[in-house]
Design a protein around this ligand. Structure first.
Ligand SMILES: Nc1ncnc2c1ncn2[C@@H]1O[C@H](COP(=O)(O)OP(=O)(O)O)[C@@H](O)[C@H]1O
Ligand SMILES: [Mg+2]
Length: 235
């Protein structure tokens, strides 16, 4: 496994929100992290990237223990994280935003080539490379946020709610981008609330409920599971 999270507990101060969560992602695999609002999805991913400290448990990436490593070390090892709400720098251009994704030494050395790769993957960004990010549509900003993550040459790209608020047509484009990324051998762990959409993209999924893992398994098993129905349809 490329990523292995075991027995993760996370608290904000005295307020525990995640209990005993374990997640694994193999190289080149697309995996969905699902759950209702407030179930702890963002907290888990923020803990994996080091933005939130671990209370208990272990995070291993490429057979190294990351649990105590600072966030910027994790990026250098090939772990990228696209935060919730497509945080791009609004006053910088598309090209500048992308370049900022290539800050660690290995990524920096490859950034001219990476930029060409991003413009091939996201033709809209190529057309708008001189435009400031705040003038992009929501879908284009999400593509830019993904592109910035990919500029760091990750082996695992973690994306928090990439489909949120996107028009159906843009969801189709995003899906194609995910497939292209995965074909390059980059693993994806993405957060989503729409079970059908997520499990039509991911090969496996994990469903959180109130900070605990309710069920995990292959996408086809999760779709048909009564546990999934109970959590998302309340029946
Ligand atoms: N920075 C924070 N400080 C305190 N509580 C937080 C913070 N971020 C999230 N929480 C709480 O942790 C729980 C899980 O939130 P979150 O991980 O954002 O869930 P999700 O991404 O599944 O919607 C919620 O109860 C939320 O209110
Ligand atoms: Mg969230």
């Amino acid at each position: 496994m490329l990523l292995e999270v075991r027995g993760l507990d996370v608290a904000y101060g005295d307020f525990q929100v995640v209990w005993d969560v374990s997640i694994a992602v193999a190289a080149g695999e697309a995996v969905a992290l699902l759950g209702p609002n407030g179930s702890g999805k963002s907290t888990v991913v923020n803990t994996i990237s080091g933005l939130v400290p671990v209370q208990a448990g272990e995070i291993r990436f490429d057979d190294q223990n990351l649990t105590e490593r600072p966030t910027h070390h994790r990026a250098g090892l090939g772990l990228a994280h696209v935060l919730e709400r497509r945080r791009v720098f609004p006053h910088l251009t598309v090209r500048q935003n992308l370049m900022l994704g290539a800050w660690h030494p290995a990524a920096k050395a490859a950034r001219a080539r990476s930029l060409e790769r991003m413009f091939a993957l996201f033709p809209r960004l190529a057309e708008r490379q001189g435009q400031v990010a705040r003038t992009l549509s929501g879908g284009e900003q999400q593509m830019l946020a993904l592109g910035r993550g990919l500029m760091g040459l990750p082996r695992l790209l973690m994306v928090d709610e990439p489909f949120l608020g996107l028009a159906p047509q843009v969801i189709g484009q995003m899906r194609a981008v995910f497939e292209a990324i995965r074909r390059e051998g980059i693993a994806i762990l993405f957060i989503e609330q729409n079970v059908r959409l997520a499990l039509s993209i991911a090969s496996r999924g994990y469903i959180l409920e109130s900070g605990r893992m309710a069920i995990a398994g292959p996408a086809k098993d999760l779709i048909d599971s009564p546990v999934t129905r109970r959590i998302f349809l309340g029946g």
